[in-house]
Design a protein. Structure first.
Length: 155
């Protein structure tokens, strides 16, 4: 059962690129952008990460913290962060626990071939750890993702 708007996120989110355990309680009182992406160093994923990097100061001013997730290894994340100077942590979900819990590990098709993979999805989470918005699949604007999030309005 995938997590949806109104659901609370799990306490244990995983470990980041440095092996540090990341918990939902680390973000209580802050808004969180939890974005799932298919793979480090690919065109769309790099565009998305760099958009969030470029918009990070503005997002932080609005009270957001950013946390990326893919099934890549800690080592892959370390290289991706260093190469693009990313100012936020990336969770190495190598056991696919988080992608499955959030329902973003799905069957995909490329050139007629079916395979399991991460559907690009961003969850906006409020200060209490509840999902308040979700952008998924082709609705994610990788080149202007920070602006896309900043344009969201919540009551």
């Amino acid at each position: 059962m995938a997590l949806e708007i109104g659901d609370k996120i799990p306490e244990l989110l995983g470990t980041d690129q440095d092996g540090k355990e990341i918990k939902a309680s680390d973000y209580v009182g802050k808004k969180l952008i939890l974005y799932f992406y298919p793979k480090d160093n690919t065109h769309g994923c790099t565009a998305q990460a760099c958009s969030l990097k470029d918009g990070n100061a503005e997002l932080m001013k609005e009270g957001y913290q950013i946390l990326g997730v893919s099934v890549d290894s800690e080592t892959s994340h370390q290289k991706f962060i260093k190469k693009f100077n990313l100012p936020f942590p990336l969770i190495a979900d190598t056991d696919k626990k988080l992608v499955e819990e959030f329902g973003v590990w799905q069957e995909k098709t490329m050139m007629g071939r079916k395979y399991m993979g991460t559907v690009r999805t961003t969850f906006v989470i409020d200060e209490k750890g509840e999902i308040i918005h979700k952008i998924s699949g082709r609705a994610v604007n990788t080149k202007a993702h920070a602006d896309q999030i900043l344009e969201l309005k919540f009551d």
